[in-house]
Every structure is written in C-alpha cells, then in structure tokens.
Design a protein around this ligand. Structure first.
Ligand SMILES: *[C@@H]1O[C@H](CO)[C@@H](O)[C@H](O)[C@H]1NC(C)=O
Ligand SMILES: *[C@@H]1O[C@H](CO)[C@@H](O)[C@H](O)[C@H]1NC(C)=O
Ligand SMILES: *[C@@H]1O[C@H](CO)[C@@H](O)[C@H](O)[C@H]1NC(C)=O
Ligand SMILES: *[C@@H]1O[C@H](CO)[C@@H](O)[C@H](O)[C@H]1NC(C)=O
Ligand SMILES: *[C@@H]1O[C@H](CO)[C@@H](O)[C@H](O)[C@H]1NC(C)=O
Ligand SMILES: *[C@@H]1O[C@H](CO)[C@@H](O)[C@H](O)[C@H]1NC(C)=O
Ligand SMILES: *[C@@H]1O[C@H](CO)[C@@H](O)[C@H](O)[C@H]1NC(C)=O
Ligand SMILES: *[C@@H]1O[C@H](CO)[C@@H](O)[C@H](O)[C@H]1NC(C)=O
Ligand SMILES: *[C@@H]1O[C@H](CO)[C@@H](O)[C@H](O)[C@H]1NC(C)=O
Ligand SMILES: *[C@@H]1O[C@H](CO)[C@@H](O)[C@H](O)[C@H]1NC(C)=O
Length: 656
C-alpha cells in the first residue's frame, strides 16, 4: 500500500531531513512556496525520477528545481517559460537548482547563479556537469522536485511534485498518484489514491486533487503521444489498475477490491501520454439523477456556471462540473447512454461528444445498456476536442474530404424547444445555422432543410405509429432490464451472500430496475428489435452516409441548452421512468454521433444571488451519419478558425 507519502499544508516549515531511514518523506512547503500558490503540495517519493551524486557543499535543501538548458542559453527566458506554462512551478523551487547542461554545465550554472543572485533569490546551486554523474537516473526532466532521500555517499533522489488543488465543486471521488513500483516490471499505468490532508483512501470524496508539473512532459508530444501531459479526469465507472471503482455507490465501492486492470479506454489514453489526475463522480450506476434528493450516496457536484447552484446534470456530473470549473484540468471522460455526456456538456457550456455507437471498446466499464453505451469526453477548446477524439477512438472513423452541404433543422425539434421562449435565445440558434451554412458554402448554396422529423418517419419507416410512440419505452426498458440482470443482480447477490444484508441502492436506479423487470423479457426482446430497426432506419433514411466525400449527406442541428435556470435547491417529484422521444434520442437509439457546441450565453435573474448579472451557457447539437465523428470534430475546428465558436472559460461564465 501507499504509505510513503503524506502532505503538510503550506506554511508548515517543519523540514524533515532525508536522514529518515524509513521510506517516509514529508514535503514541507516554505513560506515562499505557500505565498506563490496558496496550495499545498505533495510528492510521490517512490517514483524516483532522478537520482545523482553531489558533493557535500552543494547538498540541496528540501525542494529543488532542475533546469533543462536545451539550446536556450537565456536563463531569464527559461524561467519565464516555466512560469507561463506550468501552474505547479514556483520560483520557490529555485532555492536549490540542478542544471542538466551537458558539457558546458559549469559555465552555464555559474551564469544561472549570477542571475539568481541578481534577482535576490537565495539559492544554492548544485550544478550537474555531465550526465555521467547521474546514478540510477530514470529520466532527466526539467521542473520542480522534492528531495526524497540523500544517501551517505551523497546520492540524492528527487521525486516529482504535485500541487494539490481544492475540489471546490465536489466533483471528484478522489485524486490519484502513479503507483510506486519497485519490481523491474514497474508500470506507470497503475495508480494509488492520493493521500490528501494526511488521510489515505478516504473513499468517495476527494477534498483535493494533486496534479504533476507540466514541465515533466515538456517536449514529449509526438505522433504516438498526442496527449502527452494532458491532464484528464476519469468518470468513476471506468476501471483503473490499482484503484477502486465506486459507480456512485458506497456499498459497491467498499465491497469490491481495487481493479487489477485498467479499462481499455484508460489504457489507450495512458498509452498516448495522458495524465490521469483523479476519478470523478457519477450519478449512481450512471442513471440520471437530480440534485439533491436523488443523490443519496454522494453529494451531487456543483455546476460552476451562473450562481453556482444549477443542476450539473448527469450522469457524468463530476467530469462536467470539473471541466467547467478547473483550468488545471484539460479534459475529462464520461459515458453517454442516454445523454450522460451531452447534457452535462450542455449545462456546463463545454464541448462534448457522444460518438458513433461502438467507436471504442467498453471493456472495464460499468454497463448500463449494451446496445446504447458509449464512451465520450469533454473539452474546452476545439483543438483538444479533436485531438482527444482521434486519440480515444483511433481509426474507427470513415474518411472524408469535404463537409456536407445540407443542414437539417427539423422544425418539430426546433419548435418543441424554442416555442416557449420569449427572449433572444431563439435568434442565437438561427444565427448559428446561418453562420454554419455560410461556412459550408461561401456561395450561399447550403441547403437548410426544416422538414419535420415526424414526416420523414411517417413517409419512410413503414411503421404505422409515430417514432415517439414506437420508441417510447425503448430507452427505459433497454437500460433497466440490461443493467438489472447483468450488473445489479450479481452485485446484490454477492454482497448479500458475503455480508448477510442488502447493499443500499439510490431511489432512481432501484425504481428503474423494478419497472423494467416488471415489463418482462418479451417487452425487452421487442425493444431490442425496435432499437435495431430505428438505427437501421436512421442509417438508410435519415442520416445517410455520403459517397461524395463528405462522409455524411447532411448535418443535423438542433437547439440543446437554452439557458433556462435549473436550480439544485428545489424539491422534486419522486423518481420516474425516462419515457418518451425527443431530438436527443436520435443519436442514442440511432447509434449516430452527436457533438455539443457551446455557442453563447444568456443572462438570467438568479433567485440565489438576487441579482441580474448571472449567465448560463447556450449550446447546440450537431449530428452526422454514423462513423462521421472525425468530420464533426474537424468542423468545430473550422468553425473556430471562422470565428463562429471560441474556447470556453472556466468559472461562472463560459464566455467573457
Ligand atoms: C509484476 O511483478 C509483481 C511482483 O513481482 C507481480 O505480482 C505482477 O504480476 C507483475 N506484473 C506483471 C504485469 O507482470
Ligand atoms: C414550427 O413553427 C413554425 C412557426 O411557428 C410553424 O410554421 C411550423 O408549422 C411548426 N412546425 C411544426 C412541425 O410544428
Ligand atoms: C417570458 O418568459 C419568462 C420565463 O419563461 C416569464 O417569466 C415572462 O413572464 C415571459 N414574458 C412574457 C412577456 O411573456
Ligand atoms: C463559389 O463560387 C465561385 C464562383 O462560381 C467558385 O469558384 C467557388 O468554387 C465556389 N465555392 C464553393 C465552395 O462552391
Ligand atoms: C451570402 O450571404 C451573405 C449574408 O446574406 C452575404 O453577405 C454574402 O454576400 C453572400 N455571398 C454570396 C456569394 O452571395
Ligand atoms: C399497426 O400495424 C400493426 C401490425 O402491422 C397492427 O397490429 C396495429 O394495429 C396497427 N396500429 C394502428 C394504430 O393502425
Ligand atoms: C402519416 O401521414 C399520413 C398522411 O398525412 C396521415 O394520414 C397519418 O396519420 C400519418 N401517420 C402517423 C402515424 O402520423
Ligand atoms: C409513453 O408511455 C407512458 C407510460 O406508459 C405514457 O404515459 C405516455 O403517454 C407514452 N407516450 C407516448 C408518446 O406514447
Ligand atoms: C449467492 O448464494 C447463493 C446460495 O448459495 C448461490 O446460489 C448464488 O450463486 C450466490 N450468488 C453469487 C452472485 O455469488
Ligand atoms: C430581470 O429582472 C429585471 C428587473 O425586474 C427585469 O427587467 C428583466 O426583464 C429580468 N430579466 C429576465 C431575463 O428575466
């Protein structure tokens, strides 16, 4: 287990020397460090990134900086660069400096010393003259480090440093650190829960999340590591080797041991350089839950937008809230069965995707419905939105060389969302369609087709009832029946067999399971077939592939979030069944990709703050034929170049 690390809060100046025999290393932050960041730091001493021999007069104090000179000889600009790109770095680390400077090390470190002196930074510079003085070095990387041990011979071991951010939105179940491996088969693809505030394995409530220095991964980005240094959070339904999976249920979290193997998706992302910083909350077993009463086992994460008391939506609530709030986090994974990425992306004003069904293996992920489950993610920039998509869905997409020139805006979907609005929001959506049309064809020949969805279905499906009637029960039966049999029964039975009592289950999943089981297996088989029929119909009649190079014959656009307040301090009705049909069912029953694009924000009068200066995000959904995910992601990048969309900000407002 991970007993090597503990943390001391900033301002603690107790300096524990490395003379300790046991592998216990405490990292104390000096006043300098505390002043510069306000946050505590911890280190992971087992991961001895660097060790080397120094002479006694140049022994470092408790934390140090290593500088990678590279081809840059301007000390000032190197440090400025560190400050700009890394939130973990602080000048306080300059109290001891190690210079990896190759042959001209001594000359260069003399210059560094001079520079530090001239800036009145008290510093002991221990220069490394050449690589040969490194002992057992795993990797030499620039950045801030903690001295985790100093041997008799003067062998110094440095360990990476993590800045601990407060999880102010209650979005994480826990933060993580790479597992300390001593055997030669050491794998960095395994983790331990980060001990925060001296508490280890606190369970499903994070307190703080440690993030490593961005300098450690400097220059590692490459074709095979496109996610190098990208900090990600992982919804707590994905297994990660060494960590417990909670699925939003405390009994489940307590009952099962840590996962031995990471889910396929996590392995794939780690393999491409992603840095997992923690696991995020899911509403229980990825069912839809509303704050606060539905969230019995955990505190529902706080949506940072507007007054801070808005529903974060579910089920990837933690990933969405964290991405809306924390600029120290780059991306977060969620899952989407019936909207669990799309809705949190919408209300938090983020880019989000539900990919084509089957875009990536879900091995090692808790299931909701085998026919509907997908792995999605959130981003704040179009660039990372695309890069991440290529990384997670690798090669599962159709090629394309142009964009579709037909935009479907089914009037029934538009009307049902916008007709109740009397503000400027409907015009935001029409403006978006106009801009998109122009982007797709500069000569204004993009066809905007508002034929109601219902008429296309009527005319082409051969079914004598509306899609709303035909698929009314499909979603709730598929998720309830499948999850109950394949997941809940084995869990509940094993739990009862082992403990003699039933585990606690939140009201929403319990109600949904009971209802679905009551419908019987015949209804389940029937709706399995309806889903397959609907997906085939979408593919052949509604969102067809294109053979003229644009992957999809058309794009489909509908208004997603209209910026209506949805407070978390309301008393809601008891759990219900998610019946019905709407535009959001096209992708999940139809298996086609859907992306969420934040396009604007709208002012509202908050009943929390009693002010009229709060804003909620406006988002739009864009869909295409199956397999055209990459085309959609590229389109968003193109929209950014054209000034139609922007990066989104963290905090109360998604846009300035
Ligand atoms: C790594 O080594 C440990 C201990 O020697 C062993 O238990 C574990 O199975 C090994 N893991 C792999 C992936 O070989
Ligand atoms: C949508 O609203 C427009 C304008 O009010 C109306 O002309 C159209 O018939 C409506 N379409 C549907 C499908 O309700
Ligand atoms: C506009 O809508 C808001 C909220 O839906 C409502 O409170 C207000 O009375 C409406 N105004 C008019 C003029 O209909
Ligand atoms: C727009 O029209 C011009 C002139 O006819 C033509 O050269 C150009 O290729 C057209 N652009 C597109 C996107 O079709
Ligand atoms: C296309 O429409 C826009 C907006 O109405 C207009 O400004 C532009 O001149 C038009 N372009 C062409 C090529 O007709
Ligand atoms: C629809 O067709 C099915 C069989 O194809 C038939 O059993 C059912 O009664 C029809 N429903 C309506 C409303 O016509
Ligand atoms: C389909 O359209 C026809 C002709 O407009 C209409 O008579 C019929 O009721 C529609 N069927 C459904 C299920 O809406
Ligand atoms: C869907 O099913 C529910 C429950 O049976 C029912 O109340 C509702 O009217 C149905 N909706 C449609 C469109 O058939
Ligand atoms: C629980 O115990 C019963 C009775 O011994 C057994 O039949 C069943 O397989 C067990 N279930 C699980 C999931 O272990
Ligand atoms: C907010 O309140 C002000 C003053 O009561 C009112 O004029 C304004 O229309 C309100 N805005 C919204 C979006 O409801």
């Amino acid at each position: 287990m991970f007993s090597h690390t503990s943390s001391l809060l900033a301002f603690s100046v107790a300096f524990i020397t490395s003379a300790l025999a046991a592998p216990t290393v405490q990292f104390s932050a000096s006043r300098n460090l505390a002043r510069s960041t306000q946050d505590p730091y911890i280190s992971s001493p087992g991961v001895d990134f660097i060790s080397f021999r120094v002479t006694s007069d140049s022994k470092p104090v408790d934390y140090v900086a290593t500088l990678d000179k590279g081809s840059n000889t301007d000390f000032h600009s190197i440090l400025k660069g560190y400050e700009e790109m890394d939130d973990v770095w602080s000048k306080a680390f300059l109290e001891s400096v190690f210079v990896a400077a190759g042959e001209c090390g001594s000359q260069w470190s003399a210059r560094a010393k001079h520079h530090l002196k001239s800036r009145k930074v008290s510093s002991k510079i221990a220069s490394i003259h050449s690589a040969s003085s490194f002992v057992g070095t795993k990797r030499t990387r620039a950045g801030p480090y903690v001295v985790s041990s100093v041997g008799e011979e003067g062998d110094v071991t440095l360990s990476p440093v993590y800045r601990v951010y407060t999880d102010s939105q209650y979005a994480f179940t826990y933060g993580v650190l790479p597992r300390v491996e001593t055997s030669s088969n050491a794998s960095l693809a395994a983790f331990v829960q980060a001990p925060i505030g001296g508490i280890e394995g606190f369970g499903m409530s994070a307190i703080g999340v440690p993030v490593p220095s961005r300098l450690y991964t400097l220059g590692e980005k490459s074709a095979s590591k496109p996610l190098a240094g990208i900090r990600i959070a992982v919804k707590d339904i994905y297994d990660i080797a060494g960590l417990k999976t909670g699925d939003g249920n405390r009994a489940y979290y307590d009952f099962y041991p840590a996962a031995e193997k990471s889910s396929f998706v996590v392995e794939r992302l780690l393999g491409q350089g992603a840095i997992v910083v923690g696991k995020t909350k899911t509403s229980q077993f990825a069912n839809g839950e509303n704050p606060t009463a539905d969230w019995v086992d955990q505190l529902c994460p706080f949506n940072p937008r507007g007054d801070g008391y808005q529903n974060p939506s579910s089920s990837s609530s933690g990933s969405g809230a964290a991405m809306g709030a924390y600029d120290w986090l780059d991306s977060a994974i969620g899952s989407d069965t019936g909207g669990s990425v799309r809705f949190p992306a919408s209300v938090q004003g983020l880019y989000g995707i539900r990919p084509t069904f089957g875009a990536v293996s879900l091995t090692g992920v808790m299931p909701l419905a085998a026919q509907l489950d997908t792995a999605g993610y959130f981003a704040r920039t179009p660039e990372l939105f695309k890069t991440f998509g290529e990384a997670i869905y690798q090669g599962s997409f159709e090629n394309y060389d142009s964009f579709p020139k037909v935009i479907k805006t089914p009037s029934d979907f538009w009307n049902s969302t916008l007709s109740s609005l009397n503000n400027s929001v409907p015009s935001i959506f029409s403006r978006f369609v106009d801009q998109l049309a122009l982007l797709l064809d500069e000569n204004n020949s993009t066809q905007v087709d508002n034929t109601p969805f219902a008429s296309v279905w009527n005319q082409t499906s051969g079914i004598n009832e509306t899609a709303a009637v035909y698929t009314n029960l499909t979603y709730p039966i598929l998720i309830g029946n499948y999850q109950y049999k394949e997941f809940a029964v084995p869990f509940i039975e094993s739990y009862r067999n082992a403990t003699g009592v039933d585990p606690f289950i939140d009201p929403v999943p319990l109600y949904r399971w009971n209802w679905a089981v009551q419908q019987g297996d015949e209804a389940y088989e029937d709706h399995i077939n309806r889903q397959l029929f609907f997906a085939k119909w979408i593919d052949e009649n509604f969102m067809r592939s294109s053979d003229s190079g644009s992957c999809s014959e058309s794009l489909l656009v509908y208004p997603q979030n209209v910026g209506r307040p949805d407070y978390r301090n309301v008393y809601r009705p008891p759990p219900g069944i998610p019946f019905g049909f709407s535009a959001s069912r096209l992708s999940n029953i139809g298996g086609i990709p859907e992306i969420i694009i934040p396009i604007d924000q709208v002012q509202y009068n908050s009943t929390i703050t009693n002010t009229d200066d709060q804003y909620l995000p406006i988002t739009v959904s864009v869909l295409a034929a199956k397999g055209c995910d990459l085309m959609l992601l590229d389109l968003v990048k193109k929209m950014k170049s054209a000034g139609i969309v922007k990066d989104v900000l963290t905090g109360s407002k998604a846009f300035a």
